[in-house]
Design a protein around this ligand. Structure first.
Ligand SMILES: NC(=O)c1ccc[n+]([C@@H]2O[C@H](COP(=O)([O-])OP(=O)(O)OC[C@H]3O[C@@H](n4cnc5c(N)ncnc54)[C@H](OP(=O)(O)O)[C@@H]3O)[C@@H](O)[C@H]2O)c1
Length: 236
């Protein structure tokens, strides 16, 4: 089984920061730039972290309860729609339905999430994928998502923590970075790759660069496998 190709698609300030609501520009303009570029990447769906998804779905403290081990994934009817995936390992999100912004909602949970929560998600039409006891077997979950939904390319759309976890786990094939002409400048504001654990810096290879009408610069890079990066360094 092969996992879908993953392109991390983000819009950032010149200094790599993430919080676009701090920037002196309209949210609609940023969304338009972001969505137009995403469209050109031709993916079958997108992935976000739990905190980013909380902008779109209600959430609450996960209710503890019995959880049967080794439950199978549940793939809900989805009419071939493109998919929106969130890694919600503790089961905090409380969606009303299996539809999000016209796309089919897929939640990736740990095996410790209670049966009652999983049953609630299934009853509401959400697809549920289990990613091991801690919810951190991302590669296995992505393999099964690729097979179940027939998707070969997904966009990873933040936030910085989720991107950082994917980068450290070698799960990002390409980066697609829109640099909007604004500088944030505030120390402590999160970056578009922001892993809390120890992380190695990674070499990138430029695929393309384009200046958009808005003045944003769109850079696409391939993430070099670690062995290729070592060879590139030795050749310098
Ligand atoms: N500029 C942009 O293009 C852009 C794009 C997206 C988002 N954003 C902004 O980014 C902000 C949120 O970013 P964020 O970095 O704080 O949050 P995030 O990446 O959206 O979510 C982080 C959360 O993911 C969960 N998670 C699931 N599996 C995990 C794993 N294996 N390892 C670690 N964490 C895991 C953790 O929550 P649990 O502990 O509950 O598991 C963690 O707190 C929002 O304000 C949003 O508006 C900006």
């Amino acid at each position: 089984m092969t996992r879908p190709e993953i392109i991390c698609h983000m819009i950032t300030s010149l200094d790599g920061r993430l919080l676009a609501d701090r920037w002196p520009c309209s949210e609609d303009t940023l969304l338009q730039i972001y969505d137009d570029a995403a469209e050109r990447l031709g993916a079958g769906g997108w992935i976000v972290g739990r905190r980013t998804m909380e902008h779109y779905l209600a959430s609450g403290s996960p209710a503890p309860g019995p959880a049967r081990p080794s439950r199978p994934d549940h793939i809900a009817p989805h009419d071939g729609a493109s998919i929106g995936i969130c890694f919600d390992r503790h089961g905090s999100l409380q969606p009303e339905s299996g539809e999000i912004d016209g796309e089919h909602l897929v939640l990736v949970l740990s095996e410790t999430v209670s049966d009652a929560h999983v049953e609630m998600l299934i009853a509401r039409g959400v697809s549920v994928i289990f990613a091991g006891p801690e919810g951190d077997r991302l590669d296995e979950a992505l393999d099964r998502i690729g097979a179940a939904f027939g998707v070969t390319r997904l966009l990873l759309e933040g936030g910085g923590r989720m991107n950082g976890v994917f980068l450290a786990a070698d799960l990002i094939d390409e980066t697609s970075t829109l640099i909007y002409p604004v500088v944030d400048g505030q120390s402590g504001v999160a970056a578009i790759y922001d892993n809390d654990s120890t992380t190695e810096a990674r070499r990138l290879e430029l695929i393309s660069s384009e200046t958009l009408d808005s003045g944003a610069v769109w850079l696409r890079h391939r993430v070099l496998p670690r062995a290729d990066a070592t060879r590139a360094q030795a050749a310098e």
